[in-house]
Design a protein around this ligand. Structure first.
Ligand SMILES: C[S@@+](CC[C@H](N)C(=O)[O-])C[C@H]1O[C@@H](n2cnc3c(N)ncnc32)[C@H](O)[C@@H]1O
Length: 192
């Protein structure tokens, strides 16, 4: 049997070399496996960047972003996009203190299940919309069927049948060897 392809520390190296790492670290340090979480969020950024570069300005909705809104935080620091983290477990006190301490802009959250705020998100001023599902425990197709969106990134985890599309043809469907988690299959989806 052929050996499994080697994973790469490239994403960690790229993150840790930057001054912005100091601001991000307090959020990632709270995770049981910070390196895994950092590479998962960074994968979303790397895979979406070429698509975001084609959009003048965009909003990124981070679904299932956890209590510490880490992917939204990363995108707020590394991009010009408006970010909204959506998770019923958001620790609002912690993320608002972090935002204020580091003077982070374009970083908001909704402490809610995505299904319960889709109408509210669709009613926001029209803007190209990107969606991340970084190990989000949601049915990606069901969410995308209702949400207004243009580009989405999803990373599989323990429930791949739900977290990868089964009804759409992905623009990309691949493994990201920069992701330091057991399942590193991701998809980039483009709205038709
Ligand atoms: C495996 S965790 C992902 C954690 C996150 N990516 C991180 O870096 O910490 C799955 C997350 O999905 C969230 N979740 C589950 N159902 C959801 C729903 N219907 N809408 C939004 N988030 C949901 C959970 O609250 C949990 O925080």
């Amino acid at each position: 049997m052929a050996p499994a392809p080697a994973t790469s520390s490239d994403y960690l190296d790229r993150l840790m070399r930057r001054e912005s790492f100091q601001a991000l670290w307090p959020l990632f340090a709270l995770a049981p496996k910070p390196a895994k979480e950092m590479t998962e969020s960074f994968s979303a950024l790397v895979q979406l960047r070429p698509h975001m570069a084609e959009l003048e300005r965009c909003r990124v909705i981070h679904v299932g972003d956890g209590a510490h809104a880490r992917t939204a935080a990363l995108f707020a620091i590394k991009t010009d996009a408006d970010n909204i983290s959506v998770d019923p477990l958001v620790n609002e006190r912690l993320v608002s203190e972090w935002r204020d301490r580091h003077e982070i802009r374009r970083f908001r959250w909704r402490k809610a299940r995505i299904e319960d705020v889709i109408d509210e998100l669709n009613a926001l001023p029209a803007m190209p919309t990107v969606v991340t599902f970084v190990h989000a425990h949601v049915d990606v197709d069901a969410v995308l069927d209702r949400l207004r969106w243009d580009v989405a990134y999803t990373l599989a985890c323990c429930v791949p049948g739900k977290q990868l599309t089964t009804t759409r043809t992905p623009h990309r469907d691949d493994e990201d060897l920069g992701v330091l988690s057991p399942d590193r299959r991701f998809q980039v989806l483009l709205a038709s």
